[in-house]
Write a protein that binds this ligand. Sequence first.
Ligand code: S3P
Length: 172
Amino acid sequence: MSERVGLALPIVLIGAMGAGKSRVGQRLAASVDAPFIDTDARIVERHGPIEQIFARRGEEAFRAVEREIVAEALREPAVISLGGGAVLHPDTREDLAGLPVVWLRVSPEAVAPRLSGGNRPLLADGGLATWRAILEERTPIYRSLADLDIDTSRRSVARIVADIAGHFGGAR
Ligand code: S3P
């Protein structure tokens, strides 16, 4: 009989756009029988499409809305996937310092097809080159917050979930 793995919650997934935070988060949550929160999805539910917030109110307003949603989410016992830029907020970095954090990494080659056809406002100009520049800027932040980092470029979601559960989990 297979043992159930228990995780201390919340557990938080961070990383660049297209790194697989939502896909992995969903599967991880299902595998440990925990709720899943995607902060981008919660923003959309409450405030409408992200590209519309950027277009009408600008990035700064988006970050303020994002911070509120993230602060709320981080108080819930769930698997939480954060938008790639959520870590730019100092209060969010402070919150994350005390929580289990997984940094999902991905190579530019592997992310390219995942980004195509998307509607991320920050990549509207420059596409992959902009993605690289943003990642370079944020890498020190992701690194400083992460308890575990996993390259998702060539790993199956099942394998990534198993790696996370293996690192943080204990049988229950
Ligand atoms: C952003 C990432 C997006 C979304 C918004 C801004 C960023 O989320 O929050 O478009 O600044 O990296 P994903 O990382 O889920 O794509």
